[in-house]
Design a binder for this molecule. Sequence first.
Ligand code: N01
Length: 544
Amino acid sequence: AAQDMLERAAPATATRFDAIVIGAGMSGMYQLIRLRELGLTARVFEAGTGVGGTWYWNRYPGARFDSESYSYGFSFSEELLQDWSWSEHFAPQPETLRYLNHVADRFDLRRDIQFKARVSRAAWRDATRDWAVTLEDGSEFTCRYLITAIGVLSTPTLPRFEGMDSFRGLSFHTARWPHEKVDFAGKRVAVIGTGATGVQTIQEVAKTAGHLTVFQRTPNWCAPLHNRPITEEEQKEIKANYAEIFRRCQETFSCFLHTPDPRGTFEVTKEEREAFYEQLYASPGFGIWVGNFKDMLTDPAANAEISDFVARKIRQRVKDPKVAEMLIPKNHGFGTRRVPLETRYYEVYNQPNVLLVDSKATPIRRVTPTGLETSEQAYEFDIIIYATGFDALTGAFDRIDIRGEGGLTLKQKWSAGAQTLMGMLVEDFPNMFMLLGPHTALGNIPRSIEYNVDWVTALLRHMQARGLTRAEARPEAMAAWTEHVKAVGAGLLTNQVDSWMTGVNLNVEGKQTRTIARYSGSAPEYRAWCDRIAAGGYRELDLA
Ligand code: N01
């Protein structure tokens, strides 16, 4: 397939590079372009057989953007922007993967990418000021700079049910979806999990499955996506306005086109409030989540208002009142977890071939050769889909044996919770730069990626110009940053519920309780902090 152009990948003859990048998703691809501009030799190691990261792995039916396509691509090249035309306001995964392959072609990236190459170990050697990098197949490489581009949601996690291997039908995690088409017609299908992935999967699979059973442990608050094709007129307008689109993204709280309304929920009348909610519910994209009243995620009373509004919508859309109640979250307010955006998701539960099972009330006990058993009854399936999420933020780091100064492992360093400087550097791990490490600003991820890559690139340029070869975060700077991360997270309702954003994953040992896992301040605030460090000549780093 055009998507997996393995044969054009780099030959694995050289073993020593200025920089090694782990991962050929959006971060790794863009970092490679910038490393070349610095004149550095680089190799990207990628576990998959093609570029695209998230968009390479997540091939489940219905996977698509829920941020506006034109705000989500790379912004660094005007030619690329003009060259590529998104077909829908919220592009489906196959289109995004085509786009990223187009980027790889356009910038001739594959010659420096080694596919089917999973990094298992990286060890710092202070005497030679380099990293020794080992792949799963045992091959060894060295580099001065180690750049992790391993993603935030890249390590899928499965439940730990007894008998999972005994199932005789098809079963897969959504992020390990087969490259071949899976046919659901006439099949009895189970979906476990109702996060953003589960919701997208369910609404698509329900269209063709013979029978679909959804196992929901915790309902999430969902809102309509309102996707549609981009018209020719709109396409022209988008292409003429890219500068403006990306300028706006830089100004908003999370780099989305949407940003909080400056009004407080109770500064307006009940009628105005209702009208505003209606307008947001009828508008495309994340407006209802990140463009709502400014106090929605800080004032519990404000949050209760919008939660009540969305609950009423669910009751209107789901015919069976008992099922509607099952779908309305009771343990967290609207927007305090990532809001899945949906297209006729709630209506799926009005179909006669769809059953919703409460897997908190009746937990799944075991998987059997022909289906699964809950505490209450046995079910038979042809296909079991695990939409059970990821070991987020630190999971991908934990899977690599990363050793810094004196053999200290990153896992040890972070045993009491992640500690970083701006999510990009860690004391004791010199010359390791993380793109989208824990405690970076997330939001519109490609915007964060471009910022992180440019910041690291500027640091490398600074070092190059001065003949410096070693960079390490200072402990006091890291402590100050970690304090700042905690401070901006205080009082946020989002940080008071269990989700991947608070570092909780019940399927992963040591992730049963909440931590401050991500940066919850604004993107402009994040960038101001990082820009200040660069402008001050990197005094928060030990450079030598
Ligand atoms: O993962 P999740 P996701 N038994 O962790 C359930 C991004 N994304 O892949 O809530 C039963 O949100 C679990 O239940 P509970 C987006 O940032 C973006 O859906 O723990 N159930 C939950 O329902 C998103 O937030 C897009 O009680 C079990 C589900 O599995 C992030 O990825 C699309 C279970 C996991 O939900 C992660 O989303 C998709 C068990 N043992 C995703 N274990 C875009 O549109 C887990 N669950 C761009």
